[in-house]
Design a protein around this ligand. Structure first.
Ligand code: ADP
Length: 461
């Protein structure tokens, strides 16, 4: 008798190495434990005291503090996995999570990469090939060609005219809000191309650029998907991540407010269809800009995202566990009909940074109080006495709330923020408290530029 997928999954792995740090390392370890799996934590020298190290089954220091020599050191991570007997590697987000060569190296070492295949990562990691794949699958995209810009200035000028100014120049290999430049009119086009090409070459190792319409007042809306290896895929609702500073998300919510189900439904289904067409495995996010009732695909993230908890709160699905189970080869245990999103959820990213200048703030947390009321979740790895190091991203905690309605969820977040005390370092909590008192935000009348404008007005006041 042929094996059922469940049987073939049995024994695929029982130990997971978590190739990450901070709150997400703690979150993944928790998911492993609940699934009955052993967890291997790694650290750089700066993170030797990390609390998730003492709760892991093994804890291995893989290199010096600099990320390039530790969390980005593929050989050191693979060696640690071998030493600890791990059968799989979870990359978390950031670091090596969207590195196709790493996914490939993990599989070649005989381990399972908890994520999509290297080829899916490569296709989606290049924003031009991602756009082409999405157009083929019938997903709506931002107006503009699905090919790289040529070198010839006259042709580039023609493309911009066809799209219509303002346009945005983007690096095909860009990420993290970098490698983008808005061009308001023709006379600055060629200078913008030259600058962005140079930046792209330096930051992403490829000068490949593309151009699309710059949407002037869109919202950022994204769709979470989860797929197994057996041709099943579902979408778990949508999130609004329009509250951004320098193209970086600060507050996220699910569902996106004020979007009628019949508008979002076909987009969600198109995402599922795209996953099936490209043979996608695991969790992923389709990011869209939404303007005047229309959705435009901008990119796909082929990994777990920072903001996954808001979807966990509304859908009731543990996304990290589902991702690990998909990597084990299990058949997805829910169909689209089972997905029901309830209530409203917000997430605030608590960063170790100055609330006025946004400069990173390192040091020892001398006092910590976190809220613990019903409907509040805190994902963090910090504790009183924890030393925030200057080497990595400034995210130190995520404050997540869930309530029946958006207004109640906002009120709950105000309470959660009021009950959060972090001393010894600066955090953006004062700024988040002020933001949750804002009337336009409360009415859901914001777009991707709102937060920057709000900050400008506050500074001027
Ligand atoms: P990254 O991979 O660096 O995150 P994205 O393509 O996801 O880049 O874009 C990040 C942000 O940049 C978006 O959330 C949006 O705020 C802005 N952006 C990107 N493309 C456009 C566009 N065509 N028009 C207007 N804003 C855009």
């Amino acid at each position: 008798m042929p094996e059922t997928p469940e049987q073939s999954a049995a024994g695929r792995f029982d130990t997971v190495l978590i190739a990450n740090r901070g709150e997400i390392a703690a979150r993944i370890q928790h998911a492993c434990r609940e699934l009955g799996l052993k967890a291997v934590a790694i650290c750089s020298e700066a993170d030797k005291e990390a609390p998730y190290g003492s709760t892991a089954d093994s804890f291995i220091c893989i290199g010096p503090s600099s990320a390039a020599k530790s969390y980005l050191n593929q050989d050191a991570i693979l060696l640690a996995a071998r030493l600890a007997g791990a059968g799989a590697i979870h990359p978390g987000y950031g670091f090596l999570s969207e590195n196709a060569a790493f996914a490939d190296a993990v599989e070649k070492a005989g381990l399972i990469f908890i994520g999509p295949t290297a080829s899916s990562i490569a296709t989606m990691g290049d924003k031009i090939s991602a756009k082409r794949a999405m157009m083929t699958a019938g997903v709506p995209c931002v107006p503009g060609p699905d090919t790289a810009l040529p070198d010839d200035p006259a042709t580039i000028g023609r493309i911009a005219l066809e799209i219509g100014y303002p346009v945005i120049i983007k690096a095909a290999g860009g990420g993290g809000g970098r490698g983008m430049r808005v061009v308001p009119k023709a006379d600055v086009l060629h200078e913008a191309i030259a600058l962005t090409r140079e930046e792209a070459r330096k930051a992403f190792g490829s000068p490949s650029l593309y151009m699309e319409k710059f949407l002037e007042h869109p919202r950022h809306i994204e769709i979470q998907v989860i797929c197994d290896d057996h041709g099943n895929a579902v979408w778990l609702g949508h999130r609004d991540c329009s509250m951004q500073r320098r193209h970086q998300k600060v507050v996220e919510e699910a569902p996106a407010p004020g979007i009628a189900p019949d508008i979002i439904q076909p987009v969600g289904l198109a995402c599922v269809e795209a996953c099936l067409q490209i043979g996608y495995r695991g969790v992923g996010t389709f990011e869209f800009l939404y303007e005047d009732g229309a959705f435009y695909f901008i990119e796909m993230n082929t990994r777990l995202q920072v903001e996954h908890p808001v979807t966990e709160m509304t859908s009731g699905v543990d996304i990290v566990q589902a991702q690990i189970r998909a990597a084990q080869g299990h058949v997805l245990d829910l169909t689209q009909g089972d997905v029901t999103c309830e209530g409203h959820s917000f997430e605030c990213r608590i960063n170790a940074e100055d609330p006025e200048t946004f400069l990173p703030s390192a040091g020892v947390v001398t006092h910590l109080a976190l809220p613990a009321e019903p409907g509040i979740r805190v994902d963090t790895h910090i504790h009183a006495g924890y030393k925030v190091s200057p080497y990595y991203d400034s995210l130190i905690a995520k404050l997540i709330v869930h309530a029946p309605t958006r207004a109640e969820a906002m009120a709950r977040m105000r309470e959660a923020l009021a009950g959060t005390e972090i001393e010894g370092i600066s955090t953006n909590i004062p700024f988040l408290r002020a933001l949750f008192e804002d009337d336009a935000f409360a009415r859901g009348e914001t777009d991707i530029h709102y937060l920057e404008q709000w900050l400008k007005l506050r500074r001027a006041a």
